[in-house]
Design a protein around this ligand. Structure first.
Ligand code: ADP
Length: 226
């Protein structure tokens, strides 16, 4: 399956993407995670991304699209993929359409995670990530680690993302409204969008997402519910 997960910051895209991708045995491709990996390496792409990410703005399209083209050219995507954080504006959506058309391929589904804006800042303020594995995500209130500051899964140190502070989160929300919301309309025009409430537990949202893509009840998705 070829799936796009879309939604404002704080909707839980990363949390759900990890579980959905594991359930469907397809790679989880997160532009945010790819940028953070380059930023940690301090390479040219990472330095370009760093400025935009810290400001809560989009990384320039030419950089982002080239990175995704390279990633989607790898053989592990032949059986499908789950895109998390891409496309984030209409130019990116059009580039993806062209790429898929060129490969005689097409999207199966676009899942639009919905969350009231009033929830976003508190959700993000409590978010903590593991330094050892980008897929181990916690929340101080909603899914706290058993030991403060330590990842339950691997014992890694938990940290707060540089762009998860309130002023930057508000900027990311503005960018979402202006640039990313039109992407949902673009795919709605193609009949691909299912809107899902991002409220409730991780398991509840996962069940909704699986139902939306015709995969029924969540079973054996391979990660603890935290
Ligand atoms: P969130 O969805 O919670 O905002 P992400 O990890 O998806 O977090 O993205 C973090 C930052 O990475 C974004 O604010 C932006 O600066 C950059 N980014 C991620 N995906 C894209 C993209 N498709 N195009 C441009 N910039 C992106």
């Amino acid at each position: 399956m070829r799936i796009i997960l879309i939604g404002p910051p704080g909707a839980g895209k990363g949390t759900q993407a990890v579980r959905l991708a594991a359930h469907l045995s397809i790679p989880h491709i997160s532009t945010g995670d790819l940028f953070r990996a380059h930023m940690n390496q301090g390479d040219q792409l990472g330095r370009t991304a760093d400025v935009a990410v810290r400001a809560g703005l989009l990384v320039p399209d030419e950089v982002t699209i080239a990175m995704i083209e390279e990633r989607l050219a790898r053989p592990d995507t032949e059986g499908g993929f789950l895109l998390d954080g891409f496309p984030r504006n209409l130019a990116q959506a059009q580039a993806l359409d062209a790429l898929l058309a060129g490969a005689r391929s097409r999207l199966d589904s676009v899942l639009d995670l919905e969350i009231p804006e009033s929830q976003v800042v508190s959700r993000i303020a409590g978010r903590r990530l593991c330094r050892e594995d980008r897929e181990h995500i916690f929340h101080l209130d909603h899914s706290p680690p058993r030991v403060a500051g330590t990842c339950d899964v691997c014992g890694g140190e938990l940290y707060q993302r540089d762009d998860d502070h309130e002023a930057t989160v508000r900027r990311r929300l503005e960018v979402y409204r202006a640039d990313t919301a039109p992407v949902v309309d673009h795919y709605r025009g193609q009949g691909l969008v299912t809107r899902i409430s991002a409220l409730g537990s991780v398991e509840e949202v996962l069940d909704r997402a699986l139902a939306a893509i015709g995969q029924g009840e969540a079973q054996g998705h391979g990660l603890p519910s935290k």
